[in-house]
Design a protein around this ligand. Sequence first.
Ligand code: SF4
Length: 362
Amino acid sequence: MQRFVPDHIFIEASVAQSILTRTVIDRCPGVPSTVIPDSRELIRAYRTTCGGGFEKRSLLLCKNRGRFLEPCPGTRGYICCGYMVLTPGIGCPLDCSYCVLQAYLNNPFITLYANQDDLFNALRSVPQGIVRIGTGEFMDSLALDHLTDFSRTALPIVARIPGLVLELKTKTDNIENLLDLDHLGSYIISWSLNTESIAVSEEKGAATIQERIRAARRVVACGYRVGFHFDPLIVYPDCEVEYQNVISLLEENIPPDAVAWISIGSLRFMPHLKKTALQRFPSTAIFSGEFVPGLDGKMRYLQEIRLELYRILITMLRQWSREVLIYFCMENDFVWQRTLGCTPGRQCSTLKEMLDQKTRRC
Ligand code: SF4
């Protein structure tokens, strides 16, 4: 897949001399840049003139005035995995029709926080007992790695914190930075997977599924553990045939013992996301299914539909490996019980315990 290069770079004056800014400028020769006094003014001005649009060809380097590290917000009424979210930036050069960021980001630019010392200090002060952190909540973890070297710069800090593992979650094959790292098991590299047709029609700018799995195979050869997230599962006629194709590709390329975990989740969205997404992606059909509001207000497929799809997928995955840890992202007790035969925290460990156990460094 093509590596992202911005058409324009905006640089907030306070971070103009930061290491990250200099690295990005260095990697984007010939790309025009503008130094601005305050990123908030730029964002306000853009929103006044362009409404709720997104500026996916421009990169903004600025200071993060908020927190770098926070517990994953989870979602009310569903089983949560106790993850911490690290935020090196927000926004993404890829453009998925279902992306939740469309519903609540008020910053239209792909933004990198260049006060990285503050980010690394936040990382150093990670609360005791936290072993899993991820950067894929507000951005793709690797889509900008060729411009930022984040995976290389963060490693010495992560590696020094006993037991901590950083999950880098991506839909790209941008793994070159990882291949020669002495990672000591400090990273788990994970891929969001869908069927090849959903990847083509709904995940604009992302690597194909074949490219993602090929990239996973290359990092496994370098000793990394990997994860896969079948999320969001999208229902359409005969989709199970295509999901089987993806699992067959995994079987051909990835040894199950290199897999830390596989998560499954179905399409869910806040009701107002649909309007924005349909304006931006008028030809998408993914919102035309039958949805009901969940306990958290997000729209989901009917429970019977979710259960059926989960059962099919779990059966396919179990034919590949009986041992690999499969879990649900944001599902309820009933769904766990009916598909995986246990409810975390009751008949088996809590979800956090299950995942923390898999996180142990080699
Ligand atoms: S890769 Fe993730 S963050 Fe980027 S557009 Fe797709 S869903 Fe959004």
